[in-house]
Ligand binder design. Sequence first.
Ligand code: WT7
Length: 653
Amino acid sequence: MKNTIETLSNEKRIISASDEFKANATHSDPEIYKLAAADRLGFWEAQASQLHWFSPWTSVLEWERPFAKWFVGGTINASYNCLDVHLDTDRRDKAAVVWEGELGDVRTFTYAELHHEVARFSTVLTTRYGIQKGDRVTIYMPLIPESVVAILACARIGAIHSVVFGGFSAQSLIDRIHDSGSRLVITADGGYRRGKVVPLKSIVDEAMEKCPAIEAVVVVRHVRNEIKMQPGRDDEYQSVMADTTDLQEAVPMDSEDPLFILYTSGTTGKPKGIVHTTGGYMAHAKYSAQLVFDLKPSDVYWCTADVGWITGHTYLVYGPLANGATVMMYEGSPDYPDKDRFWEVIERHKVTILYTAPTAIRAFMKWGNHLPEKHDLSSLRLLGSVGEPINPEAWMWYYTVIGKGRCPVVDTWWQTETGGIMISTLPALSPMRPGYTGLPLPGIDVQVLHESGKPVEIGGGLLSIMSPWPSMARGIWGDNDRFKSVYWDTFDTYFAGDGATVDDDGYIMVLGRVDDVLNVAGHRIGTMEVESALVEFDGVAEAAVVGIADELKGQAILAFVILKEGVTPSDEFERAAIDWVSKAIGAIAKPKRIIFTPDLPKTRSGKIMRRLLKSVANGQPLGDVTTLANPEVVGFLEQQLSIKVDLSYPPTN
Ligand code: WT7
């Protein structure tokens, strides 16, 4: 049965899920919005009650702005809620994880098997390495089942995991290990990306030279490349597991015990270690996955994010496993060996729910309809999008070509700091509108605010979350002053850093970041991080980085660089400086191009006018330039930009 499309005007297209979808959906009673609004805390208690607790909470919320405590006094274990809760049910022997490697090999873990693996690895962590509750463990892995095992094994014993995306450089890994004070690293020999091996272990080796506090490195043998193992420090996962049969029980954690730290970029050069705790995070993870994706144990659910991002934490591991679904995991790249790999995976494993990013959708669109059309995608029943605004054109393509007009599309807005989805349409409850993310989830209190802090009734402003919610960040690891100043100084309420509009029906359209944070292919990158990396490159005197519109990635990075006296600009220098950034941070932070300039637009007090650079870079009107001390530089930059018309050189990805 088809969904219904009501076209009110070009801008306003309203799409509702089919009656069949609604009839089968777990949440189809619109009362849920009213219920949640009438008694928000009671509503959240009901959601938390869906989890297993060793002992109940004594108070729902203790709020001392900006620090929240949820389900205070309750004890719970996240790993238990993802694994043990299923063991006495018919989910015991169904697949928890179906993994497909880039080479095409498939591995499946039932809930019983995953439990067994996790419980044994927890035993290894405690008995062999003496890891205890509160210790930090860094996980630097490819997207293989053992990354899920490592995460859940930490959670099982209350070790705080800090997952570092496998695309980050040795230096980024070092920074995160130091900041978190980790004792142990879990990694793999390597991972596959476009048929090539990413040598993770040798990157770890490089990092270890600067990380004397790391006592041990556990290495999953995956690609079986040649690696160096340092005796006394490095162990093979497979061999330490072979020695272990004991199953570690899940340890009761306080609801407010930290579950993980996840680093994300901000407006300074130093990433922020966002801290999430256990009870509230799990309550929202389970609830939101069920509500937004209509996730059921019968689903084969595929979130294409890497475990290194918050999407991987909440909607690849904790949310779907707490709901007893089958999680599809694919290791590699969407264009390997061919550009129809995703559709092949969906067809082969009968994926029912696909959750991916607009940047991927735009690439698929460009690659052509014939690729998805070669495959049977009829198992799909719901599609999701996350990470950046999805333009209506890409939305409609996703909806018609992949979903065949049958599958509801949910565009989900949230952040590392929010822990879970905050705004989305709900497949059986609120109709879809391409370009709009939709309404705040029941229990979530969002408004668009004027700069003054007054709510905007209809129109544009800044997105703010008005009341505490269970999965909110509890702070920045080791820097709660920064937590206060970054998120809580603009308004009395939480400020997310995004601009948005709100319509007469309360629908929210997220416009993107309003701070010096870029969103490149759905990845958050601080301009300052890239600038700091650039000025460390020999020959660079000063650097300023802005985002430019990019057809595929949403935004790409453009750098303006002043060279030191005596250094001549050249293509070679540009290429070398770009490679340097990649080496310093990771390939995701590579500038697309560098514009060399003798000067940067500055105010009379010497501050770089980044706003102006952004306008110049994007060919937009310059706006107010009265405070500009050196107006002649603008013409020069415009000319340089027009010479480098093909901003795509050198090819980066
Ligand atoms: C930033 C958060 C949350 C998972 C992935 C990114 C942007 C995220 C949307 C969306 C428009 C979105 C925002 C936000 N963003 N989802 N559906 N529509 N923008 O997590 O790295 O913490 O980045 O991503 O700008 O602030 P993150």
